[in-house]
Design a protein around this ligand. Structure first.
Ligand code: SAJ
Length: 476
């Protein structure tokens, strides 16, 4: 019997399983459960020491996710009360599903080798494989290296089930595009890339996602094209930021104000002429842009092996972009050292007030924060660092000072790493008084303060992209 016939015999999707109760799986499961198109949703969660607690919480309709997620708590309560959603660690129930999605994270094993740790995802895939039945749909939502869906993931499902993908079951990749803090809205409103192993799989996966989309629409393509789309959308964002960072470094070196240049370049508009220049800054953090470039690179090395035509001996532009973005915290260290030198303060023994530990403005997310390598460079140089962040809870590996005043008190340099709104309204004279210094240093990594106000108060100013100000005369 063909896959199409198996699916027709099974009828419309009614029972859905979501494997991986994390920040991607939980809102996805709640939205599937809330749709009248579907009968019931199981959230599958390993009862592991680190995450098992989520099962009872979710079955009480409570979200285990930290941070504000508008609409999620109400939605979870609603679908649990309506008995349309339940969380379980009994993976054998997968066999009763019409469709099962996998939203399991693929972090790097460690920062250096940039090889993803697929172990948790592979365990989820094998669990699905062991309980796979003819006519079911399997969808990978995790961000994966291009070639994973049609390669190792397919192989594991077939190995565990004895079934054949595209013949006995439908298989697709539908990458998540959610941002922490707007999970529900993103799933509903973003267009959804749906890439099947074959057209029948793509159609079945479209049937799964279409009901939860409000403003978004399904964009069908092949599974591998979907993998490349997801990794490329972040690779290009990282590249655009790197281009802005490189131009900012050039502007500093040539004594030019990057922001004048950006406005000037942006003024050249016309039929479809855009430059889409993003913003330079203290660095690029997060769990998306810092890894997806390497997924894409690994993909072309594996899938495109011996096929890629590229300038001989030249490194990937995309990986170079990562190198430039990772250089920015080092540049912030140099700006700090130069500012202190102008104040006659050696870096060794200097007190640095580091404002912002989150990787994003007005966020509590600290994953891969550029503040960390900067802090480590300062400590290695013998400086003392006091870290402030109004959004970040104390966590292992970082000591945060409680109040902003405590952070600023006695500082030789005040360094802005995150563009938190609180830092945009700092009282210049109050900050200077707190530092107790004649000429304290201010380094602006996110272009959020007015250089002239701080220079006028006697600060020694350094700013990313501010080649026009970084050698200003010191105001007595
Ligand atoms: N950054 C800059 N300059 C910019 C923009 C960002 O230096 O012009 C820095 C930020 O400070 C931050 C990092 O880059 O450290 C990442 O910022 P981001 O706004 O891209 O935030 P992310 O990492 O959460 O990106 C996510 C991605 N979403 C998903 O993967 C589903 C990305 O694809 C989205 O474009 C982005 O959110 C978004 O648009 O909000």
């Amino acid at each position: 019997m063909t896959l199409d016939a198996l699916i027709k015999r099974r009828g419309p999707i009614k029972k859905i399983g979501v494997i991986g109760m994390g920040y991607v799986g939980i809102p996805a499961a709640a939205l599937f459960a809330d749709s009248p198109a579907f009968e019931h949703v199981y959230g599958f969660q390993r009862d592991s020491p680190s995450s098992g607690y989520k099962i009872a919480m979710l079955n009480r309709g409570e979200s285990p996710l930290k941070g504000e997620e508008p609409g999620l708590d109400e939605l979870l309560k609603k679908v649990v009360v309506a008995k349309k959603f339940a969380c379980t660690s009994d993976f054998s129930k997968i066999a009763e599903m019409d469709a099962v999605t996998l939203s399991i994270q693929t972090p790097f094993r460690n920062k250096d080798d940039l090889i993803p740790d697929f172990s948790a995802l592979n365990e989820g895939i094998r669990s699905a494989g062991r309980n796979l039945r003819p006519g079911m749909l399997v969808v990978l939502e995790s961000t994966v290296t291009p070639g994973t869906t049609t390669g190792p993931a397919r192989a594991m499902l077939e190995e565990e089930s004895g079934l054949v993908a595209g013949v006995d079951f439908a298989f697709a990749h539908a990458p998540e595009r959610v941002m922490v803090g707007r999970l529900i809205r993103n799933i509903r409103e973003h267009d959804r890339i749906v890439g099947g192993l074959d057209p029948v799989s793509t159609a079945r996966a479209t049937e799964l996602y279409a009901p939860v989309l409000t403003a978004g629409k399904v964009i069908p393509m092949t599974a591998t094209a979907a993998e490349v789309t997801k990794t490329a959308e972040n690779t290009f964002r990282d590249l655009q930021i790197a281009a802005a960072n490189e131009l900012a470094l050039y502007c500093e070196a040539m004594g030019v104000n990057f922001y004048d240049v950006r406005a000037g370049v942006d003024s050249l508009k016309g039929e479809g002429i855009t430059r889409a220049m993003l913003w330079p800054g203290a660095g690029v953090g997060g769990h998306c842009l810092t890894k997806d470039t390497y997924h894409l690179e690994r993909g072309v090395q594996q899938l495109g092996k011996d096929q890629l035509d590229y300038p001989a001996g030249e490194r990937s532009l995309f990986v170079l972009a990562r190198t430039i973005n990772d250089f920015m915290p080092r540049h912030m260290f140099r700006l700090t050292r130069e500012g202190l030198a102008r104040a006659g303060t050696p870096l060794k023994g200097a007190n640095i007030a580091l404002l912002g530990w989150a990787f994003l403005a007005n966020s509590d997310d600290t994953r891969n924060t550029p503040s960390e390598p900067y802090r480590d460079d300062l400590i290695a140089a013998g400086a003392t660092v006091a870290i402030h962040d109004p959004f970040v809870e104390p966590a292992p590996g970082v000591t945060l000072t409680s109040g902003l005043d405590d952070t600023l008190r006695g500082a030789d340099a005040v360094v802005v790493f995150a563009g938190h709104r609180q830092y945009r309204s700092l009282d210049v004279l109050r900050v200077k008084a707190l530092t107790g210094k004649e000429h304290p240093v201010i380094v602006d990594g996110r272009n959020i303060i007015d250089p002239d106000a701080w220079i006028g108060a006697g600060f020694i100013y350094k700013g990313i992209g501010r080649g026009d100000k970084n050698s200003h005369p010191i105001h007595e």
